[in-house]
Design a protein around this ligand. Structure first.
Ligand SMILES: [Zn+2]
Length: 310
C-alpha cells in the first residue's frame, strides 16, 4: 500500500530534470523490448529517502521506508511499468565520508529515474564515487555504461568471474542464441545497441571473496556463485544488513532462493547460501523483493534444508 503509491507520490514533490540519457538507445527499440520480454521495460521510479536531509513535510510520507535500510543507506525502487504495484529492481545507494556508493544500476532505459531518485535523496550523480556491480545480468548493469559515460570518474568494481561479461568481452551468459532468437527484431536491435556500449565500461577494481571495503564502517564481499559465476553479496556488520542481490529474493513476503529460471547453476547457488547462514543478521535486502527482517538467519538455514532436499 505505502510502498507503491506514497513513494511514487514523493516524485511529484521534487520535480527534477535529467540531461543524462542512455547513449544510442532509441525509444522505439526499447518499446519493442518491453512489449516482448518483462526484463526490458520502462520503469517508473520511486524512492526511499534519508529523512534528515529532506523537507519536513515529506518526512511523514517516507519515514517508514527510510527506516528500513539503516543510516545513510537508501534503496532506489525502479518499477517495471507505470502502475506496477511493486518495484521490479532495487539498487542501493550508501553514502559516507568516502562519497556515495551505488550497488547495481537497474535495467536499461532507467537512467532518468535513477537520476531523480538520487536527487531526491539529496545527492547528485556526481557524488557517486563508485558502482559495485553484484553480477553481470542486464537488470543490474543496464545503466552502467550511461552512468560512467556521463561521469567518467566513477569507479566500477566487480568480481573477476563476471568482468568479461560486463565489459562485453564475452556474451552475457543468459543471453543465449535461443533467448535472442525468440525476440522480435526490434528487440534484438536494442539489445545489440546495448551490447555495443559494454566495451566502453572500464573496471577499476576486481573484488575478491572475503574482502572488507573501508566503506560504511566496513562492507564485506561474499562471493556467491550460481546465479552467475561472479555473483556477490555485500555484508554490512555495523547494520547487520546483507545486500543479497539475486542470491535471495522476497516473494509474497517470504525470503526465497534465487529464481531457478535465471540461475544456470542452482546447485552452486545453494552451496553459496551456506556462506550466508552464519552471519549475524537482522536485515536482508534483496534486489528483487526488497527487505526481509523476520529472523533472516533462521530462514536462510531453513531455505538451505528445503533446497537441498529438492
Ligand atoms: Zn536481477
Amino acid at each position: 500500500m505505502f510502498k507503491g503509491h506514497a513513494s511514487r507520490g514523493v516524485i511529484s514533490l521534487f520535480p527534477t530534470s535529467s540531461n543524462v540519457a542512455p547513449p544510442h538507445l532509441h525509444t522505439k527499440h526499447l518499446s519493442a523490448l518491453n512489449a516482448h520480454w518483462c526484463f526490458f521495460i520502462f520503469p517508473v521510479c520511486s524512492i526511499i529517502i534519508r529523512r534528515n536531509i529532506i523537507p519536513k513535510e515529506v518526512h511523514r510520507i517516507i519515514i517508514r521506508e527510510y527506516m528500513k535500510l539503516g543510516q545513510r543507506i537508501a534503496s532506489i525502487e525502479l518499477f517495471a511499468q507505470p502502475g506496477s504495484a511493486e518495484p521490479a529492481y532495487q539498487p542501493v545507494l550508501l553514502w559516507d565520508e568516502n562519497g556515495a556508493t551505488l550497488v547495481d544500476t537497474g535495467n536499461i532505459g532507467q537512467m532518468d529515474q535513477i537520476t531523480k531518485a538520487v536527487q531526491e535523496i539529496g545527492l547528485q550523480l556526481s557524488d557517486i564515487r563508485r558502482i559495485i556491480v553484484t553480477h553481470q545480468d542486464i537488470d543490474h548493469i543496464g545503466n552502467l555504461a550511461a552512468l560512467t559515460a556521463a561521469y567518467p570518474d566513477i569507479e566500477v568494481w566487480a568480481h573477476a568471474d563476471d568482468i568479461p561479461y560486463i565489459t562485453g568481452e564475452k556474451r552475457m551468459i543468459k543471453m543465449t542464441d535461443e533467448r535472442l532468437s525468440q525476440m522480435p527484431e526490434a528487440a534484438r536491435t536494442a539489445l545489440h545497441s546495448f551490447f555495443n556500449l559494454l566495451p566502453s565500461i572500464r573496471i577499476n577494481r576486481e573484488i575478491k571473496d572475503g574482502e572488507m571495503f573501508e566503506l560504511h564502517g566496513g562492507m564485506r564481499v561474499i562471493h556467491t556463485p550460481g546465479h552467475t559465476p561472479g555473483h556477490i553479496c555485500l555484508y554490512l556488520p555495523q547494520e547487520k544488513l546483507l545486500l543479497a542481490a539475486d542470491e535471495l529474493r522476497v516473494v509474497d513476503g517470504e525470503l526465497v532462493g534465487p529464481a531457478e529460471a535465471f540461475t544456470p547453476d542452482m546447485n552452486e547457488a545453494v552451496r553459496s547460501l551456506h556462506k550466508l547462514a552464519d552471519l549475524p543478521l537482522e536485515k536482508v535486502f534483496c534486489y528483487h523483493g526488497g527487505l526481509y527482517d523476520h529472523e533472516p538467519s533462521a530462514r536462510i538455514a531453513e531455505l538451505i534444508r528445503i533446497l537441498e532436499q529438492a
